[in-house]
Design a protein around this ligand. Structure first.
Ligand code: ADP
Length: 307
């Protein structure tokens, strides 16, 4: 049995025809191993949902190969649990009915006790008999996740599982996703939040305009791009002189803050302080920021992730 549970090879996918044709995926290849939490990180319109739709068998690629547990997606349906966008919940069904309906789509018929267990796990025991339209946004999001697990799938696809949640609810969903991983399930999730990808995912792929720009562990992506730490200082110093200091790769102003990208912060910091002293200037607050996926995205695409 192959260790690769999701395989996407040279996939191209588009919408529409003629002048209105939109190329959503322009030759995407990636694979996810059994038991991983894998993140697709990219801005709106990057092609993340289209990629999920190809895995679900809902969108037919124009070219390339998609395999789910070694099978064409439509033959692997029982293996996948898909989180609906909360807008796709059927408003008039109760929470328990939603679980039953979606499980039945996969020919799974959970007992009352199994449904109760699932709802308790998602903190929805008290909402069991409430209709979907009467739930709060956070509760609907948890129902959407519970629905993904209704048929006890080994692979879970989550499309922006924490969008529009407040920080506390978001952390609760992160814990639920980690629990799915601890049970040995494979999770593929999409996000445009860098901190979510870093917090949850063993590996990520950065996707932009239908192409994978980089993939690997968050740390290896950042390291591979040689993005340097940044010293941020509230100071007014001439850029040309800052650029000549030891270790400095580049320097710029963002608002009142001087941002210095440096390969050797230990050398740059005292030199910056000495320069300020020589010029009779003061440095207000100063901080060092290690590079993260956001910087990697900026380096790869020339744009900020959440711009
Ligand atoms: P993401 O999930 O990363 O936001 P999508 O896969 O939804 O990206 O979209 C990729 C591209 O395909 C975008 O340019 C989007 O406008 C376009 N697109 C997505 N769905 C449709 C559709 N049903 N009809 C036409 N264009 C679409």
């Amino acid at each position: 049995m192959s260790n690769l549970i999701l395989e996407i090879d040279a996939v191209r996918a588009s919408y529409g025809r003629g002048a209105g044709r939109v190329e959503a995926l322009r030759g995407v290849s990636l694979s996810v191993a059994r038991g991983e939490i894998f993140g697709l990180l990219g801005p709106n319109g990057a092609g993340k949902s289209t990629l999920l739709a190809c895995l679900e068998g809902l969108h037919q690629p124009e070219a390339g190969v998609v395999r789910v547990a070694g099978l064409p997606p439509l033959q692997a349906k029982g293996r996948l649990g898909v989180q609906l966008q909360k807008a796709a919940l059927l408003d008039d069904l109760t929470v328990a009915e939603l679980i039953e309906v979606y499980a039945a789509l996969y020919n799974v018929f959970p007992s009352r006790a199994q449904i109760d267990q699932l709802l308790a796990r998602f903190g929805l025991a008290e909402q069991r008999g409430r209709r979907a339209r009467r739930l709060s946004g956070g509760q609907q999001q948890r129902v959407a996740l519970a629905v993904a697990l209704a048929a006890d799938p080994e692979i879970v696809l989550l499309d922006e599982p924490t969008s529009a949640l407040d920080p506390q609810a978001r952390r609760a969903v992160w814990d639920l996703i980690r629990a799915l991983h601890d049970e040995g399930r494979t999770v593929l999730l999409t996000t445009h939040a860098m901190e979510e990808a870093e917090a949850l995912c063993g590996r990520v792929a950065i996707i932009d305009q239908g192409r994978i720009m980089a993939s690997g562990t968050p740390a290896s992506i950042v390291a591979g791009l040689e993005v340097r730490p940044t010293l941020k200082a509230l100071a007014e110093l001439p850029l040309d002189q800052v650029q000549g200091l030891p270790g400095v790769h580049s320097a710029r102003y963002t608002g009142q803050h001087l941002e210095v990208e440096t390969g050797e912060p230990q050398a740059t910091l005292p030199a910056l302080q000495a320069l300020a002293a020589r010029l009779g200037r003061t440095i207000g607050e100063i901080s060092l920021r290690q590079p993260n996926l956001e910087d990697a995205f900026l380096r790869l695409t020339g744009r900020a992730l959440n711009a």
